[in-house]
Design a protein around this ligand. Structure first.
Ligand SMILES: NC(=O)c1ccc[n+]([C@@H]2O[C@H](COP(=O)([O-])OP(=O)(O)OC[C@H]3O[C@@H](n4cnc5c(N)ncnc54)[C@H](OP(=O)(O)O)[C@@H]3O)[C@@H](O)[C@H]2O)c1
Length: 314
């Protein structure tokens, strides 16, 4: 069975990223049982500095020199601006290849050749899937860009320079990963004739998860604004309403659902995309756990029934 699985560079990359965040999640869980004296250990502080950002980083006791690598968290919009531009370009190029029988520019073919191994004909996805995933990825990035600029109220939280550079590269590699799933360009008949049940269910899940994420971002912003919409405080408060009644971070749960919906759009056929889903699962689980732990320590009356990330589960 394993001999039929051809792993390309993109698969290995996403698998390693998923594994790194799984290890980081487990290491964080274990570190909560360590005696307090380890909190001043250099390796512990460096590890915490790299996995935390924003509010979960504020109480981390670290040397002054480590603050040199702090980048404002309000620069989150840079990631989505890069994503809209880059993934819009890739969408345009894919449309050219699909409808105008043109080929990719040589630099893109070169990159895709490096990222993918010999494509397995059985795991090829319809062109309609690739087009929809590219389109929804652009829409997702555009919504997040507008939310960062027009909805969210940022405090003076920081992210690590490494996290910032990673975030910039993340959406570039993600767009290339979408094209990796479609190296053989399987497309028989019109796009409409390729339409399948998984395109409809994937799009429906994407819309539902996007609405949940947007609602959560609005509720977070309202914790800092008055009825007129004017910013009244930059403090962190206990989130209320919507799915915040079930989990501390419904916007992270929604992010996971969005990536699952894109996997559904691929008909569940892209191993590479499932590895992306696992990366998002472990990455967001870690961020949610850090946030949940902070709320429990900081707010005595924090609802104990709330889970961190996945309602009723985690
Ligand atoms: N796919 C990925 O790899 C990935 C990675 C990271 C994030 N994301 C997504 O990006 C989105 C944003 O993530 P994030 O980590 O920035 O979310 P976040 O820390 O919850 O911050 C979102 C906004 O809400 C504010 N906020 C957070 N908690 C608050 C509280 N208790 N009281 C008042 N305001 C609060 C934040 O302000 P501050 O300035 O004070 O923080 C920020 O403006 C999420 O939907 C997440 O899923 C995706």
């Amino acid at each position: 069975m394993w001999s039929t699985v051809n792993l390309g560079v993109a698969d290995v990359l996403w698998a390693l990223l998923a594994l790194s965040f799984l290890v980081a999640f487990c290491a964080h869980k274990i570190s909560t049982y360590l005696p307090r004296k380890y909190e001043t250990c250099r390796f512990y502080v460096l590890f915490q500095d790299l996995i935390r950002y924003g509010k979960t980083k504020q109480n981390l006791k670290r040397d002054e020199w480590l603050r040199v690598f702090d980048v404002p968290k309000r620069w989150f919009w840079h990631f989505y601006a890069v994503s809209v531009g880059w993934n819009g370009l890739l969408l345009g190029l894919y449309v050219n290849v699909t409808f105008r029988n043109q080929s990719y520019p040589s630099w893109l073919t070169g990159i895709l050749d490096i990222l993918t191994d010999v494509p397995n004909p059985d795991s090829q996805v319809p062109q309609l899937s690739t087009l929809l995933v590219q389109l929804l990825l652009c829409l997702h990035s555009l919504r997040r860009l507008l939310e960062c600029l027009l909805v969210s109220v940022f405090s003076d939280g920081a992210i690590h320079l490494v996290q910032y550079v990673f975030g910039l590269g993340y959406y570039v590699v993600l767009g290339l990963t979408v094209l990796c799933a479609d190296r053989l360009g399987k497309g028989t008949g019109t796009l409409f004739s390729q339409l399948d049940w998984f395109h409809v269910s994937g799009t429906a899940l994407f819309i539902g998860a996007s609405l949940l994420q947007h609602q959560s971002m609005v509720l977070l912003a309202r914790l800092r604004t008055g009825k007129s919409g004017a910013v009244e405080t930059l403090a962190h408060r206990v989130p209320k309403g919507g799915w915040f009644e079930l989990v501390s971070c419904p916007h992270y749960f929604a992010e996971l659902l969005i990536y699952i919906s894109l996997s559904l759009l691929f008909g569940g056929l892209s191993l590479t995309w499932w590895l992306v889903v696992f990366y998002v699962l472990f990455n967001q689980a870690l961020a949610a756990q850090l946030c949940h732990d902070l709320y429990i320590i900081k707010y005595e009356s924090y609802p104990r029934h709330r889970k961190a990330f996945i309602p009723f589960v985690l």
